[in-house]
Structure formats: structure tokens, C-alpha cells
Design a protein around this ligand. Sequence first.
Ligand SMILES: Nc1ncnc2c1ncn2[C@@H]1O[C@H](COP(=O)(O)OP(=O)(O)OP(=O)(O)O)[C@@H](O)[C@H]1O
Length: 603
Amino acid sequence: MSVVEESPSHPPPGLRGLVSLLGLQGPLVGLAALSSTVAAALGLVPFFVVARMATAIYAEPPKLDEVRTLALVAVGALVLRYLFVAGATMAAHIAAFRILHALRLRIARKLGAVPLSFFSRRSTGSLKTTLMDDVNQIESFVAHNFPDAVAAMVVPLATAVALLWEDWRMALASIAVAPLAVGAMALAMRDVGKAHARWNEIQQRMNASLLEYFRGIKVIKTFGLSAARFGDLSRSIEEGLAWMEGFMRTNGRGYGAFGALIGSSLVVLVPLGGWLYVRGGLSLESLVLFLVLGPQLLMSLMRLMFAWGNVERVTAGNERIHDILLAPDLEDVAGTESPRHDGISFREVDFRYDSAGKDVLHRVTFDAPAGKVTALVGPSGAGKSTLVKLVPRLWEAHGGTVELGGVDVRKLPLDTLLSRVSMVFQDVFLFHGSVRDNLRLGRAEATDAELEAACRAARAHDFILGLPQGYDTMLGERGARLSGGEKQRLSIARALLKAAPVLLLDEATAFADPENEARIQEALSELCEGRTVVVVAHRLSTIATADHIVVLDGGRVQDQGPHEVLLSRCALYQRLWASHSDARDWSLGGAEAEAPRGVEVAS
Ligand SMILES: Nc1ncnc2c1ncn2[C@@H]1O[C@H](COP(=O)(O)OP(=O)(O)OP(=O)(O)O)[C@@H](O)[C@H]1O
């Protein structure tokens, strides 16, 4: 049977959602519940056997043959029970893993399909809680709680009927404390749904602040901040403790009373059974049967209570998963429309990150002509990086249009759009995998020779050969660490492999060593050759040699044109140019920092 990859619809919230999840693997889940019930029923056989043995042993003369047979029956029932337990465990776990597999695949696909704005509305901590903890809880519900709960409902009912048949007075005595136990259970379960929701909130905050703590560990160490002073983290840990204490105060008494009552049926069974036996109203066999089996009846309530407590938690988690699965995808259009050329145009583009927040771009209009280099310059926060992210639809413009080859990017099939665009950003992310794997993100089918050629062009080949296993060296969080410049060159090689006609480039603002910087510049020149380039420019050389320069300030286009024209008429551009030149003189001591050909450096 194949693993379930798609369910007909997203699971609805609440209990129905859980049932629909179980339905994804209905036959296996049913088999697990049935086996678990049979196993629980077989577990009761020894109790009946013990009762029967008592009469066989105390008979005059003792019926030893019957005792032997009974012992064999008990052992046989126990062996069968273990077989059914093994069957139930296997079926339940296979069902659980298949359901989890389907769920994880759907979540992974969804996260790849939603727009970036989806992530900006959620903390990493809350996503982590849903993706890991909530999903894992579903595993434990399907694999353990559900089959247990079914057995805990069916077996006591059947036992109660059998005991009523045996002796109704003793049967009622077996459950005499049940109303009290149920009352205590209600007390223990009071507002447990709300309490779990609150616990989840605290956990999300704890996860978020822990993640932040790890990410910021360098700053924390540099400034000598201890965990206790790292406000959010210590606050959320204290909140967690306060929740535990509060929960135990309000619900703990209920749990305690329930635990005590649930095992107390012998308090009623022993005197009543003794009295009835002495008066001849109860056989020895029945007395022993009720003394050993009676307390088991209520114990099942305990298993039911645990299963129910988990149902509340799993239901809430399932609803959070459901919320993610229902998030709208980034709209994709079917069709064969393709760009008419490789130029990019921004037409009256408005954009804000947060629908309630301030505008980051206002009516931005300019063209980045095909095959030319267009540089975006402007003060920090002007909106330069934001602009380039609108081209591959990492974010969507709220007003106006962004066009590639004369077609609105929203009207191009996503595959077509993304195949035309390469991005080289400052912040290069390397996945856990070999150098080769990371490079092949650019083009999966690239041959080793092509990889090497791209790395030579990107000036990355030599440093890769210097790594312990060359192109097979593992990178990423658990692999070798590369310098900022090396990572940049790898990402340039990746873009070269992709060979898309449009290149979006966010230049690094600073590099520690000029040698590394020179290599990156060489690699970039190779990459820009013959492409349409939109570059967030921080370097004199890039700015001065660009074909077209767009000056941005506060999300608006202040001016645009070639370098000389802007230098002669745009005050902001003159200021930016002057400060870039000063910085160049300061960082390179003037000697190495020759102005590009034909460019006069104002200082
Ligand atoms: N993910 C985000 N969520 C919310 N606001 C953002 C986000 N990214 C950037 N901003 C805001 O958008 C504005 C423009 O930022 P952007 O990064 O585009 O500027 P920039 O010109 O590239 O700046 P710099 O040169 O410093 O990188 C800034 O006010 C910034 O705070």
C-alpha cells in the first residue's frame, strides 16, 4: 500500500479534524484499535482463571488436573495477548508514520508555496512549535492514545456486563466509587483546553526566545549578557514555571483525588464480598473474581482520562497545522506566456511589508534595460533591497506593476519567471550538504565539468580545492565554515550555473580584505557579462560603470540617469558619491583606489 501523499481536503478543526486524520489510514488504524481491544480482553483471562483455580484448589479433593489446564489457558491467553499487542503496536505505528509523512509533505509544500509575507506574520518559534511539537503529538496520538482509548472504552464495558451477569450486587460495588472518581476527573480536566492553549503560547514564546538567544549568542557574549538578563528568555521560562504551579493549584487536587479514588473500589468490595460469602450468598469463585477484577474496571477510566487529556492537546495542535495548510499560496498562473525580452520595468510601484504599516516604496517608476547594468543607490533604508525582491515575487507590490520583458510578473507562470532570474544576495545561505550539492541548486543536472568551470569563473575553484574533501566537503550548519567572501563566490558560481538572463545583485557593503574583494569583483564581472543586471550598488566601481543609475530616497525615485548627468544635477547623488569616495579613500588609502576610467571622483 502506498504512502498517503494527499488527502482529499485539509482536515477540519476540532475533533472531526482528528477523525479525518485517522481516516487517512483508516484500515490500519482500525486494525490497531481492534488488536488493542482483543489484547486488553485477553489480558483479563488470567483474572477469570485465578478465580476458577481458587475453587479447584479448595475443592475436596483438590482438582489438580483442572488447575494444570487452567494454568495453560492463562499462559496461552497471555502469549496471545502479547502477539496482539505487537500487532496493534506495529499497525498503529505504521499508520502514524504514514499520516505524519503525508502531513509533513503537505506542510513542506505549503511553506514553499506561500508568499514571504506569511513568515513575517509568524514568529520562527511558533512555526517551530507547530512543525515539530504539534506534528509529533499527532504521531503519539495515532500510535498510542487512540488504540489505547478504544480498548479502554470497549473492554470495561464488556467486563461490566460479564460481572453483572456473575453477581449484580458485587458488580455495582465495583463501580460504587465511579461517580466520585468521575467528579474528581471533571475537576482535574477543568478548563484544560484553555490551559493547554495558554501553555502552547508560552512554549511558542520560549521557543522563539531560545532561537533568538542562540542566534544572538555572539552579541550576548560580547556584551557579557547572561541568560538571566536576556529578558525574553528568562521571562518565558518563569512564565512556564508559573503556568505549571497555577495548573497544579487549580487542577492538581482533581488529579490527586482521582488517583486515590480510582484504586479504592476494594474498600467497598472486600467487606461486601466477605459478608456475602460468609452468608453463603456468593461462591468462592465469584468472590475471588470480583476481588481481582473489580478494581481493574475503574483503572480503565484512568487510561481514558489520559487519552482525553491528549485529545484536547492534539486537537489544538491539529488546528494550528490546519491554519498553516489553509494559508493562501502565492498565486500562480497557468499558461505559456513568456517575457518578450529581458528588460525589467517598475511602473508606479507601491509596497509595504505589513498591510497596516507604512509605505516602503511610493510610485516607483524606472526601466532596467535588457543587457545593461542598472544600479540602485540611496541612503540606508531607501528601499533598494526591497525593490529587487519584488522582481522574483519574494514580495508582492501593492500598487503598480513590476514587469519582466513587458509582462507583469504576476501574469507569468512562476516557473518561467524564476527560470529567468538569478539572485546573488549579501546574506548567502548554504544548506547542509556537499559543496557540489550546494552548487547544483543552481542547476540540478549540471555535470561535474560544468560545476568546475563555473567555480573557476567565480574564482571559487582554488579555495574549494583547499577544503578537506574538495568539492565533496560538507557545508552548512554541521559542515565546514566558509568566510563571507568565499560564500559570496560560491553563490556567484551557483548563479553562473543557472545561467538566467536577469541578475539581481545585492552588493556586499564591506569585506575585510581587499584581496577577497578583488576576486569577488572579478567573479561578478564574469557573471554580469551579457545579462540584464539590477544591482543594489555600494561600490564606486559598480556605480560609475553602470549604464543607468536610479537614486532612491525614502522609497521614492529622486532622479535617474547616467553617472555624469546625476553628478551634475542631483544633490543627493552628489552627497552619496562624495561619501562613497571618502569611504574608499579611507579604506584603501587612496593608492589602490583608482577611479574607474573616465570618472572624476569628487571628494
Ligand atoms: N522584512 C521586513 N519587514 C518589515 N520591514 C522591512 C523588512 N525589510 C526591510 N524593511 C523596512 O523597509 C525599508 C526599506 O528597507 P530596504 O532594506 O529595502 O532598504 P535599503 O535601501 O536596501 O537599505 P540598506 O542600504 O541599509 O540595505 C526600511 O525602513 C526597513 O526597515
